[in-house]
Design a protein around this ligand. Structure first.
Ligand SMILES: [Mg+2]
Length: 213
């Protein structure tokens, strides 16, 4: 049975209410700093981690010779570090010696030296070759599985998840999720691609930061 359009708009309204939209990155950063000051009082550091995307998130443009680094993300990264919250970096860039070397170097130039993050996860080439880059869903599926793996292997929950695509942040990829996930995804992709959305798609312990792409 198809979803009535009234349910869709209701859903969209409900989702928007779970997010605060900041027009500028410094405004979002200020709010996030306050948030971490609050949670750091009662969060057991050993039980949480943060997940960051690279392209469009840590880096504003992947192909520039000198990487264009996103200052807000670096500040967030350093904030997590000061609170001993481990950071995992997940990218859909294909795994490979040269790609990894280039990526590690770009991260280093932006203030993320090796050892400052726990792991850099890159997409296995066979999966990357199968990507349907138009739908963007395979990225979502891959990143979702990586987040699941981190949670399962480390027994930590994700306290902060930052990306420039809604598919970086979804609880379940829309391609394999229920119709509810598809409705959520359809609503999200219609939100204006400007400003910074900060909020939760899962529960209050999983904070999403969505940058414009
Ligand atoms: Mg990205």
């Amino acid at each position: 049975m198809s979803t009535p359009s009234s349910a869709k708009s209701l859903d969209s309204h409900a989702i928007l209410k779970r997010f605060t939209k900041f027009n500028t990155q410094p405004e979002a950063e200020k709010w996030l700093k306050k948030y971490f000051e609050t949670v750091s009082g009662f969060t057991t550091k050993d039980s949480v981690c943060a997940v960051f995307d690279i392209d469009g998130t840590i880096l504003r443009d992947r192909d520039e010779k000198t990487p264009l680094c996103n200052k807000m993300l670096l500040n967030l990264f350093q904030l997590c570090r000061s609170l001993n919250i481990p950071i995992y970096i997940i990218t859909a860039r294909p795994e490979g010696r040269e790609q990894r070397k280039w990526t590690v170097d770009q991260l280093k130039q932006c203030g993320y030296p090796p050892g400052s993050y726990v792991e850099l996860r890159m997409m296995p080439v066979p999966e990357w070759k199968k990507l349907d880059k138009v739908a963007n869903w395979n990225f979502s599926d891959y990143k979702y599985q990586e987040r699941q793996r981190i949670v399962k292997n480390t027994k930590k929950s994700i306290i902060l998840n930052a990306g420039d695509q809604w598919t970086d942040l979804l609880r379940v990829p829309p391609c394999s999720g229920s119709s509810e996930e598809k409705v959520i995804y359809d609503s999200l992709k219609n939100f204006p691609n400007s400003g910074v959305y900060v909020g939760s798609l899962v529960d209050l312990s999983w904070l999403c930061v969505k940058l414009p792409h």
